[in-house]
Design a protein. Structure first.
Length: 134
């Protein structure tokens, strides 16, 4: 990459391929796509193993999520922490309940952390709680 292009990219906020920022952008984009398409089994791949140990996702949890279709996914805020090894993100997810024919908004507070060993970003706060506000 030409030096001027690298400088322009860094100043413009674009991620250098293979960088931690590129890995974050990729993980967030893929996770958002999984949630937008209500692909809950695929979204599980982004959960940190320690999070799954503390709060296992059961087949009943997945079946409950399948009752909902995501109609919108909007990032409301995003802030890095821990020297850019973590990201807190607040996402508003609109879901349509197929059984009740109702739509509502769910706030999903996401905590992403970088895993140096695997060179991946993992979600430590679990899948969205679509039962909020009941």
């Amino acid at each position: 990459m030409a030096p001027l292009l690298v400088i322009a990219c860094l100043l413009g906020g674009c991620a250098v391929p293979g960088s931690k920022q590129a890995a974050l952008d990729d993980a967030l984009r893929q996770y958002e796509a999984m949630v937008r398409w209500s692909e809950w089994d695929g979204a599980l791949m982004f959960l940190a193993p320690e999070s799954l140990e503390e709060h296992p996702v059961t087949e009943l949890d997945i079946e409950r999520l399948r009752q909902f279709r995501v109609t919108n996914y909007t990032i409301r805020s995003s802030a890095p922490y821990d020297e850019d090894n973590g990201l807190r993100q607040v996402v508003e997810i609109r879901v349509f309940n197929k059984n009740q024919a109702t739509e509502r908004s769910v706030i999903d507070n996401q905590d992403w952390k970088y895993n140096d060993e695997a060179n991946v970003w993992l979600l430590h706060t679990g899948l969205p709680d679509v039962t909020q506000g009941r």
